[in-house]
Design a protein around this ligand. Sequence first.
Ligand code: TRP
Length: 442
Amino acid sequence: MSASKDSTAATPTRYLTGITTSGTPHLGNYVGSVRHSVRFSRQEDVQSFYFLADFHALIKVDEPARIQRSTLEIAATWLACGLDPERVTFYRQSDIPEIPELSWFLTCVTGKGMLNRAHAYKAQVDKNAARGEDPDADVNAGLFMYPVLMGADILMFNAHYVPVGRDQVQHIEMARDMAQHFNHLYGEHFTLPEVALDDAVATLPGLDGRKMSKSYDNTIALFAPRAFLQKQIASIVTDSRVPGEPKDTDSSAVFQIYQAFANDDETESLRRAFADGIGWGEAKQLLFERIDQEVGPMRKHYDALLNDPAQIETTLRRGAEKARALSQPFMAELRHAVGLRNLASRDKGAAGKSAKVARPSFKQYREADGLYYFKLLDAGGKQLIQSLGFASPQEAGRAIGSLRQRGAAGLNELAGQIEAVDDETARAAAAALQSLAAETAG
Ligand code: TRP
C-alpha cells in the first residue's frame, strides 16, 4: 500500500455550495458565484459539491411552477457556464432524503436561542417590531429553521470549505456550532466547515446602483435574449452629466459592471473615457458589447439546455446517485451514533452517553488518478482495508454497502478489489465489519 494515499490525496479538500431555486439567474449571480465556482471546480486537488437548494426555496416561494422553472434555469445556467457534472457532484437537494433526516438530528442539538439570532429571521422580526406588528408576523417556521437545513446540507458531505457571500457567514458559523455540539455528544462524525470568502469576487451593483439582488428588483438577467440585455443595460441609472462632461467611475454602476467583465487594460481605457467625458449612451453600448462577448456563446448552450429539460433531469439524477453513495452510508453511521439502532444488535455502550465510543468507519475519497477509493478504519483510526480504484463513486459506494450489509462474508467477495493485508489485519477487518453489519441489518 502506498503511503502517499494517506498523506496527499486521501482527503481532497471538499468545497460545497448551494443555490436557492427561487428565481432566474442574473449577472450578479454570475459574477459573484457561478463564474468563479466553475473555474475553481476545475482544479486538481479539490472535490466540489454544487446543489440546487430547492427545499430552501420553499421557505419563500409558494408558486410550484416558479420553483420548477427556477430549478431548471439554475441547473442550465451552471451547465452552460461550464460546470462539468462528471468532475463535480451536481445535485438537487430534494433528491437526497438524508438531508432532511440529518436536519432533524441537527435540530435536536441546536439551541433555539442561537436561531433567534440568525440574521434572516431577526431582520423580519425587527421589521415587524418597527411596524408595531406581532414579532412573528409573516415568519414561517421554515425561515426560523433555515440555518439548520443549511447546516445539514454542509455537514452531510463533510465539506471543509463553503464559498459564500458575506451575508451567509453567520450560517456557516452556526453549522460549525452544530457540528461541534453533535461531535461532543456522539463522537467525531463531522468536519467543522469554514467559510471561503473570496474578496476578489465583486458584488455587482444593479440597475438602481444598489447591490444587484432579486429582493431589490434591480437585476439584469444573465441569459436574456440579446435585445433584452441591451434594453436592460440602457435602463441602468446614471447621473445627469451630458456628453463631454467628465464622469465619476466610483459611483457609476455602468463602470463597475464593466469592470467585473473586462480585463485590466479594457478597464483602464474605459476609465480614461470617463475622464474624457464619454456619453452615457456610448458607455452603455460598450458595456453591452463587453458582456455579450462573454455571455453570448454560453447563451446558445443555455437555450439548448432549456429546450431539453429531460437531459438536465438525467444529469441531476445521476448527481444524486453520486451524492447518495456518500450520504446513505454516512446517515447509517449517524443513526447508529444517536441510538436509532437495530434492537437485536448488542452494542456495548448502548446504555448511555458513554456509548459515544468511536466505531469502525469507512472513508471514501477520490485520488489524483481520477479513481474512487475507500478505506475501512478501526475505532482508533487504524487502517484495516484499502480498496483498489473504482471507476465511479457509485461503484465504490456499492462495495461499501455490500461490506456493511454482509459483513465479513462481503469481504471474500470483494477480495479482488481490495489490497491484500496480513492475517491479523484481515481478522481485525472481519471483526469490524461484523460489528458494522450487525447494526446495519434490519
Ligand atoms: N442559503 C444560501 C443562499 O441563499 C443557499 C444555500 C443553501 C447554501 N444551503 C447551502 C449555501 C449550503 C452554501 C451551503 O445563498
